[in-house]
Design a protein around this ligand. Structure first.
Ligand SMILES: Nc1nc(=O)c2c([nH]1)NC[C@@H]1CN(c3ccc(C(=O)N[C@@H](CCC(=O)O)C(=O)O)cc3)C=[N+]21
Length: 293
């Protein structure tokens, strides 16, 4: 039976570290300005509204100020870009997060590129992604979800150097930056995706598997190498008549089977999700500290 990697507990521990740091600074410096995070929400997707609410609540807990920018679903690129310009120029805002996905008529790439890299606490600006790719020594910001996955592997003592790591998925927000992080830690990295042939055989090679393909319970227990560390990034709602809401959340891994084979595994919920939020707040604190240099 696998060790269950408790992302909620690790995330809470990180939030507490941030809270203590902000409180200590505020106590010793009367002119201290709390870190500020701007959260930009476009449209009225229910899931996005929920995630934004969770992020704001976490900020409140640790003493990070939030600035909410809520825009209608039919906002123009120009109006959204003008909002980002204003936040870029506002010295009380240290981090800017544009909740994704944006409505289809907006140009996501142009929007994300407009955020100044130093305030890009999501780590999605091309400059921040490129810094990862060239193993830059300069300060840059790592995307929250991959940073959270790495933090979990580290805090559970899972070795990466020389290990075979398989990343199932190649998104800008998770798969690509995750692969680069693992490579920087001297893992042998395979990225595979929906067009890969014989996914099962590729996954079976993994000492460390990062499942981020967005397909509910796609990875079966029988696909895993016994003892593998499994980080499940997926958050998928599936129908479940026994739940009041009529659905429940599952990952990209068939958890019940997988935990019989894996050496360590993250549950969904309670795994990677809370870490994403914790790392967002940590990135905001880091962005603020750099702004004072
Ligand atoms: N610019 C941008 N940055 C993001 O980081 C971003 C985004 N857009 N768009 C959507 C995804 C999704 N995401 C989650 C964060 C926390 C949980 C989380 O904490 N989930 C709980 C369960 C929550 C529940 O019960 O609904 C858990 O896994 O335990 C999930 C998903 C951030 N995202």
């Amino acid at each position: 039976m696998a060790t269950v990697i408790d992302g909620k507990a690790v995330g809470d521990a990180i939030l507490e570290e941030i809270r203590a740091e902000v409180a200590a600074k505020a106590a010793t410096d009367a002119s201290y300005q709390a870190p500020g995070l701007a959260v930009v929400l476009v449209g009225d997707r229910k899931d996005s509204a929920t995630y934004v609410r969770m992020k704001k609540k976490a900020c409140e807990k640790v003493g990070i100020r939030t600035v909410s920018v809520t825009l209608p679903a039919d906002v123009t690129d120009a109006a959204l870009l003008a909002q980002i310009d204003a936040l870029n120029a506002d010295s009380s805002v240290h981090g800017i997060l544009v909740q994704l996905p944006l409505p289809a008529h907006l140009n996501e790439e142009v929007v994300l590129n407009r955020i100044v890299p130093a305030k890009d606490v999501d780590g999605l600006h091309p400059m921040n992604v490129a810094s990862l790719a060239i193993k830059s020594k300069l300060p840059y910001i790592v995307a929250c979800t991959p940073a959270g996955c790495l933090e979990l592997l580290d805090r559970y003592g899972i070795e990466l150097e020389g290990k075979k790591a398989v990343v199932l998925g190649r998104s800008r927000i998770v798969g690509v930056p995750m692969s680069l992080l693992l490579l920087a830690r001297n893992a042998t990295v395979t990225i595979c995706h929906s067009k890969s042939k014989d996914l099962e055989a590729i996954v079976r090679e993994a000492d460390v598997l990062i499942a981020c393909c967005g397909q509910a319970q796609m990875v079966k227990g029988s696909w895993l190498k016994p003892g593998a560390a499994v980080i499940d990034v997926g958050i998928n709602a599936i129908d479940d008549a026994t739940k009041k809401a009529g659905y429940r959340l599952v990952g990209d891994v068939a958890y019940d089977e997988a935990k019989e084979v894996a050496g360590a595994i993250t549950p969904v919920p309670g795994g990677v999700g809370p870490m994403t939020i914790a790392m967002l707040l940590k990135n905001t604190l880091i962005a603020q500290q750099r702004a004072h240099i």
